[in-house]
Design a protein around this ligand. Sequence first.
Ligand SMILES: [Cu+2]
Length: 158
Amino acid sequence: MALSSLSILVLIATIFLPSIAVAKEIVVGDDHGWTLGFDYSSWAADKTFRVGDVLVFKYAVGEHNVFKVNGTAFQSCTVPPPSEALTTGSDRIVLAIPGRKWYICGVGGHCNAGQKLVITVQPQALPPTLPPVPAPSPSEDGLGFGGWVSKKILTIFH
Ligand SMILES: [Cu+2]
């Protein structure tokens, strides 16, 4: 038996998985990474963050770091103790709980200079349950729009 049930499963998964909302990896600042002189509020404005997604902060080690803070510390740029810093230069944070999340850089005056990110994490998306988009319904005479137009033209020039 060449086609094992495993290959059938893989086939089914290949067909159906892309349509299910999967957790994604989001590089903060995209190609800019985690840096100074970048507007993270504009960057985050058009993005959706969901439970299960992973935030990745990319920067040169030693130049920046990442602290997860609360809203108050975010506003005032109050840097927590150094022991709480993420410093790998490629820090991955799994978004586990819905709600507002705040991140700042604790190096020098970077937070005050704008190196801070606030996002709102949405609950995990449910698999899509919407029915497929119905085909356009034909007009009452069954000719469809094109048929209707040619019929009208015929009527005009008749
Ligand atoms: Cu920094």
